[in-house]
Design a protein around this ligand. Structure first.
Ligand code: ADP
Ligand code: MG
Length: 329
């Protein structure tokens, strides 16, 4: 479990007001959860990671990881705790002059694993990441996705309680991203490690996160389970995670555009209910998205509808428990 209480990090600036990179930030992530941190550039994401890895001490507040308050530890104790925190970076940051097996073995050495145990552990880790037998390859002989797998193995070397992933898929193409996300989820399922993912890719959050925090100017603007985050179309997080579909307003089949949002739980119809009603109302579907996020099935559609039936359609949709709002050009 990770718990932040009233964490503030102030950077002084010469001749200017100090920057509150983190401002009274509180949040908690249960053990074994995958938690996403999203926010614009400058929101405080990197500062948060540096505080979580204890590379930096907050100006105020408590940071508890697995029951230990990092802010109360001595430098020496911190060095020990850091071993229990695995880091995954945007690029895998491997040593090019060593084989990938040696890269992981080196992390094991740093973590204090005795030499005679390292070989077996490297083997296990390469099995875990699906790269058995590739230990003797050099980083340059592997693809970007494979290198990132090795980066994950290295982060797991010391059996960490917490895995911090800073933009782990930002340098990868879509297919490779999918594989790395599946691996992170698989690793969590098998080891129970708590994962914090910092990302600007909302698809990453939709696919693997159990919960998510929207950081803004060092504060947690919203912090929710993924199901809650995608269930309220008026919330900032939902608008980021499930953006309005883009529509070319010049080429609509009808004059008015209605944005429709509907969520359902597993086993309940989501898409068919919305589509049935849309068709009944004589609406044309200008754009749409159907996705399952966490345990929620959601539909977001842009319906083109004749001007004269707009009011009727809005009422009919809302009476059926469907969120509907006219989009103004
Ligand atoms: N070492 C530092 N000294 C001064 N200001 C900093 C320092 N690190 C970050 N900041 C400021 O703190 C704020 C948050 O930065 P950062 O954590 O890097 O945000 P993000 O990673 O979300 O882009 C920004 O205004 C940034 O300029
Ligand atoms: Mg940053």
């Amino acid at each position: 479990m990770i718990k932040l209480e009233g964490v503030t990090k102030i950077y002084p600036r010469r001749g200017q007001d100090p920057v509150y990179a983190l401002n009274n930030l509180s949040l908690s992530v249960p053990s074994g959860a995958i938690h996403g941190i999203v926010g614009e550039s400058g929101a405080g994401k990197s500062t948060l990671i540096r505080c979580l890895t204890a590379l930096e001490r907050p100006t105020e507040g408590k940071i508890e990881i697995a029951g230990k308050d990092l802010t109360q530890l001595s430098e020496r104790e911190l060095r020990n705790e850091r071993r229990r925190i695995g880091m995954v970076f945007q690029g895998a940051n491997l040593l090019d002059s060593r084989t990938v097996g040696q890269n992981v073995a080196y992390a094991l050495k740093i973590a204090g694993i005795p030499a005679e145990k390292r070989k077996q552990r490297v083997k296990e880790l390469f099995e875990l990441i699906g790269l058995s037998g590739r230990e003797t390859s050099y980083p340059a002989q592997l693809s970007g996705g494979q290198r990132q797998r090795v980066g994950i193995a290295r982060a797991l070397a010391a059996n960490p309680n917490v895995l911090l992933a800073d933009e782990p898929t930002s340098a990868l193409d879509t297919g490779t991203t999918e594989q790395i996300l599946r691996l992170l989820k698989d690793v969590r399922d098998r080891t129970g490690v708590t994962v914090v993912v910092i990302t600007h890719e909302m698809s990453v959050v939709r696919k693997i996160c159990d919960s998510v925090t929207l950081l803004d100017a060092g504060r947690a603007l919203e912090s929710k389970t993924i199901e809650d985050a995608v269930s309220d179309p008026e919330s900032g997080l939902c608008q980021k995670l499930i953006p309005l579909p883009e529509v070319d307003l010049q080429n609509l089949h009808h004059e008015t555009l209605i944005d429709v949002f509907f969520t359902a739980h597993p086993g309940e119809p989501a898409g068919s209910k919305v589509l049935g009603l849309a068709s009944h109302l004589g609406a044309d579907i200008a754009a749409g998205l159907f996705e399952t996020v966490g345990k929620v099935q959601l539909s977001r559609l842009a319906l083109a509808i004749p001007r004269e039936t707009t009011e009727h359609a809005l009422t009919a949709l809302r009476e059926n428990g469907i969120y509907a709002k006219e989009r103004l050009a």
